[in-house]
Design a protein around this ligand. Structure first.
Ligand SMILES: *Cc1c(COP(=O)(O)O)cnc(C)c1O
Length: 231
């Protein structure tokens, strides 16, 4: 059974990679400018290892605690892997997150930006930062509002000196993703940012056409996530 599931992950990963390459070429883009961030949240290390063994090196997790439990052992085995934080970050977890992650995709408020700047100064580490934009202005969702994005990006760069590499968004589930990808691309363009983290299992094909540089894909690689135990 475990053996079967390993083959399953490796085959799905190969399919997704081939699909990304094909769609990129169709869109006139170089597939090498697109990074596949394999989202391992909800899956244990045993399910992630086959992807590592198959050469995947960039992964995403949305919870600091879960990453702290899973990734130190995997990193010891694969020191060249890169881990992205793609979920909300509380300021009291900044120190732990900076120690664990190579890229923080969810910078979305001055208090967090300031805490990251202080931790970068204190520690030896300086993960790349993406600014999360709440393109759908959804009240329950994290991210800076689109109309406040330019000022916040400038503040992160100039006041806090963060290494801002790009923007990230999660479109509302019930809306046309392309509108949100286009908006994110436009905010990145006018701020001179190269990185665009957008596109998940359901909409990564559209995201490629709209210029995504980072695709965050979980289900299409690892399958459905097991239900989380109630706390
Ligand atoms: C879970 C998650 C993903 C991956 O979603 P899938 O639909 O499983 O591909 C991408 N981005 C974020 C922020 C997530 O939390």
């Amino acid at each position: 059974m475990a053996q079967h599931m390993d083959t399953d992950v490796v085959a799905r990963l190969a399919d997704v990679r081939a699909d990304i390459a094909a769609i990129a070429e169709e869109a006139g883009r170089d597939p090498r400018e697109i990074t596949l961030v394999a989202v391992g949240k909800g899956h244990d290390a045993a399910r992630i290892r086959p992807a590592l063994a198959a050469g995947q090196r960039v992964f995403g997790e949305n919870r600091v605690q879960e990453a702290a439990e899973k990734w130190p052992a995997l990193r010891a085995a694969y020191p060249d892997l890169a881990l992205h934080l793609i979920g909300p970050l509380q300021t009291n977890k900044v120190r732990q997150a900076v120690g664990l992650f190579d890229v923080i995709e969810t910078v979305d408020r001055p208090k967090l930006a300031g805490a990251l700047a202080r931790e970068f100064a204190r520690s030896e580490r300086r993960p790349d930062c993406f600014i999360q934009v709440n393109t759908g202005a959804e009240p329950q969702k994290a991210g800076v509002l689109p109309e406040a994005a330019d000022a916040f990006i400038a503040q992160c760069r100039d006041e806090f000196g963060l290494p801002v590499a790009g923007l990230m968004c999660i479109p509302p589930v019930d809306e046309e993703a392309s509108l949100h990808f286009a908006l994110l691309r436009e905010i990145a363009r006018r701020n001179g940012l190269a990185g665009l983290s957008m596109g998940m299992s359901a909409d990564y094909r559209i995201a490629i056409a709209f210029g995504a540089t980072h695709l965050r894909i979980g289900t299409a690689i690892f399958g459905e996530r097991p239900p989380r135990p109630a706390v």
